[in-house]
Design a protein around this ligand. Structure first.
Ligand code: DC
Length: 228
């Protein structure tokens, strides 16, 4: 790893589900000696807390009233990213179907976004060598001054096929419908929706392998670092 005296580099990777954001972001961070933050995991963690505490997910006012309560801590080592809520490791529970189906509603609440955005900015600015932050609104809202912004896309078919593979044989059509529904909710919410920043580099991953996407992003980061 060549950290040397390089200035910290901040990389924002946004895009819809199933575009390879997490695998790409983690691998790029590991290869370049950077920290890594999965912001979707933070929204899933706060959703898990709401569900566990019996908060009505259909009631944005109820969600807003308790948004500041859970303590969410993210570990940013790309080799071992962790997430805990009030001291409990929730890496497993945040991936359940129940949390996945409720996360769009919880993450649309402005008080939730303000809270999580603050955590994200603190982590990003304190990363010694720099950080790769993946999400939906990182380049547009959370880190508008990021050194490099990437927007990953892929066809709905490719995204559903990848997600079904990850979910070990889940039905591709049902996965495709669920993905489209979640992306539509994430793209149409009022507060910082899923969107490509004007200055983001768009990478269509439909016909690319994961190693190809990683190589493409690593090259872009190295170019930015060299120019810093
Ligand atoms: O990346 P993921 O599928 O784990 O994200 C889960 C949800 O979290 C996603 O449907 C929308 C929300 N999210 C968000 O609103 N903003 C982000 N920066 C990241 C995720």
């Amino acid at each position: 790893m060549e950290n040397g005296a390089a200035k910290p580099v901040i990389v924002a990777i946004d895009g819809p589900s199933g575009t390879g954001k997490s695998s790409t972001s983690k691998a790029v961070a590991a290869q370049l000696g950077l920290s890594y933050l999965d912001t979707g995991a933070q929204y899933r963690a706060i959703t898990w807390w709401m569900v566990s505490n019996g908060i009505d997910i259909e009631d944005p006012t109820a969600i807003a009233a308790v948004a500041a309560k859970p303590e969410i801590i993210s570990g940013t080592d790309p080799a071992n990213p962790t997430i805990s809520v009030d001291g409990t490791d929730v890496a497993g529970p945040i991936r359940t179907q129940e949390v996945t189906s409720k996360v769009s509603a919880v993450s649309a609440v402005p008080e939730v976004r303000a809270r999580i955005t603050e955590l994200q900015r603190t982590l990003a600015t304190s990363a010694e060598y720099g950080i790769v932050v993946e999400g939906r609104d990182i380049g547009t809202t959370v880190l508008p001054d990021a050194d490099l912004k990437i927007f990953l896309t892929a066809s709905a078919e490719a995204r559903a096929a990848r997600r079904s593979g990850e979910l070990k044989g889940a039905d591709v059509n049902a996965t495709r419908e669920a993905l489209i529904k979640r992306d539509a909710a994430d793209s149409s919410r009022k507060t910082s929706p899923l969107a490509k920043a004007d200055d983001a580099v768009e990478v269509d991953t439909t016909a690319l392998t994961l190693p190809q996407v990683i190589e493409c992003v690593v090259t872009l980061v190295e170019e930015k670092r060299a120019a810093k």
